[in-house]
Design a protein around this ligand. Structure first.
Ligand SMILES: NC(=O)c1ccc[n+]([C@@H]2O[C@H](COP(=O)([O-])OP(=O)(O)OC[C@H]3O[C@@H](n4cnc5c(N)ncnc54)[C@H](O)[C@@H]3O)[C@@H](O)[C@H]2O)c1
Length: 363
């Protein structure tokens, strides 16, 4: 194992705080600098975590030749620009979800990393959850048999993350809850299903509350936006995805809607030999997993005991180790691109109001 530390810069001072916390969990990582345009937030991060250097624009950080890798936590429309510039500056990159706003941007990111022989990873931090890890391990040991149907959902009762900020402008976010929250649970479902090849999708998207100024996030994570600003993305999307092996996935995702709970996400899996359900209310980390099987011919439900994990820490620490040990980063930029392609097809189906084919098949 290499004794050298990976010298890392963090770009973005919002959720970038989780990047710093995550990096601090791995003694093989050294946080060299942060960058962000919102000086107050960045100064407070620098002070709190004792980060040696702070920059404004990300290009200043990329010019530093003592930085091996960067983590990227900027608005979605900047992911590809920042990631490609970082790769071209010779740095490995770990980018927040979604990989990019569009598959064209994502393809350029993956192509640049491959061409330059650098690592591109994506932060699907929910993969670090203990319940998700258990279900993935159970799948790998064959406990479910063949998974033929899954459901994935992330539903918020009133959780639009900042009216009038980049989140609600399509050109800067790429979309609403589907690309923001749906991408997490879509990734969980696809990863546990063994990354099957999608062949078609039938979807619908709605914009019922956001355009009327309803459904803004009201808790402490509220961002300050202009509440009278135009709301340009969906507030609910639903999709049925078919895979080449015959399996199906139902995906529901909302930022705002008259539903039963303030914030719930999860995924359930039906296999021909067993099943599982992860059901997370208000970001709970324990009491969220049920495994379905048979005991002595009788239907059984098992509820494993779970431990809490720092999801970003899990992904970021793996990224650091993978680079220092010369292993491929997981989750990879290519997996991020696969999710963006699927999300794009979901939006396309919703726009056309009919099923669309995927993967080069005739539309
Ligand atoms: N994985 C998760 O659970 C999770 C949670 C929240 C957000 N995110 C993702 O993280 C990303 C950022 O979201 P956020 O909520 O932190 O957004 P935010 O708007 O709160 O923060 C964005 C940051 O980017 C910085 N920035 C913008 N342009 C820059 C530039 N040219 N140079 C340097 N810094 C620049 C801003 O100054 C700010 O610090 C988004 O892609 C979002 O999808 C992920």
């Amino acid at each position: 194992m290499s004794e050298r530390k990976l010298r890392v810069g963090v770009i973005g001072c919002g959720i970038g705080i989780f990047h710093i916390e995550g990096l601090q969990q791995n003694p093989r990582a050294e946080i060299v600098a942060i960058a962000g345009l919102d000086t107050d937030r960045c100064v407070s991060l620098q002070t709190r975590f004792d980060v040696p250097r702070r920059y404004g624009d990300y290009r200043e950080l990329l010019a530093a030749d003592d930085i091996d890798a960067v983590t990227v936590a900027v608005p979605n429309f900047l992911h590809s620009e920042v990631a490609i510039a970082a790769l071209e500056a010779g740095k490995h990159v770990l980018v927040e979800k979604p990989l990019a706003q569009s598959s064209a941007e994502g393809e350029r990111m993956v192509e640049t990393a491959n061409r330059l022989g650098l690592q591109l990873g994506i932060i699907f931090n929910r993969r670090g959850r203990h319940d998700v890890q258990i279900v993935h391990n159970e799948m790998e040991r064959g406990a479910f048999g063949r998974i033929y149907h899954a459901k994935a959902w992330w539903m918020r009762r009133s959780g639009i993350p900042g009216m009038g900020t980049w989140f609600t402008r399509k050109a800067e976010s790429g979309g609403g809850p589907l690309i923001d929250l749906g991408v997490h649970v879509l990734d969980i479902a696809l990863w546990i299903m063994g990354n099957p090849t999608a062949v078609s999708v039938s979807a619908a998207a709605y914009n019922e509350l956001g355009t009327r100024g309803k459904g803004e996030w009201f808790n402490t994570r509220l961002r300050t936006g202009k509440t009278d600003a135009p709301y340009g993305v969906e507030d609910f999307a639903t999709a049925l995805i078919r895979f080449a092996d015959g399996a199906t996935l139902q995906l529901d995702t909302s930022w705002a809607g008259y539903t039963r709970h303030s914030d719930e996400f999860g995924a359930s899996f039906m296999g021909d030999n067993g099943g599982a359900e992860i059901d997370v209310r208000d970001y709970a980390e324990t009491g969220t997993l049920r495994l379905f099987g048979d005991v002595d011919g009788m239907p059984s439900v098992t509820t494993p005991m779970l431990i809490e994990r720092h999801g970003h820490g899990y992904i970021i620490s793996n990224f650091v180790d993978a680079i220092l040990d010369g292993r491929p980063v997981s989750p990879s930029g290519s997996e991020g691109l696969d999710r963006v392609r699927l999300i794009e097809s979901i939006y396309r189906s919703a726009e056309l109001g009919r099923e669309v084919q995927i993967g080069g098949l005739p539309v």
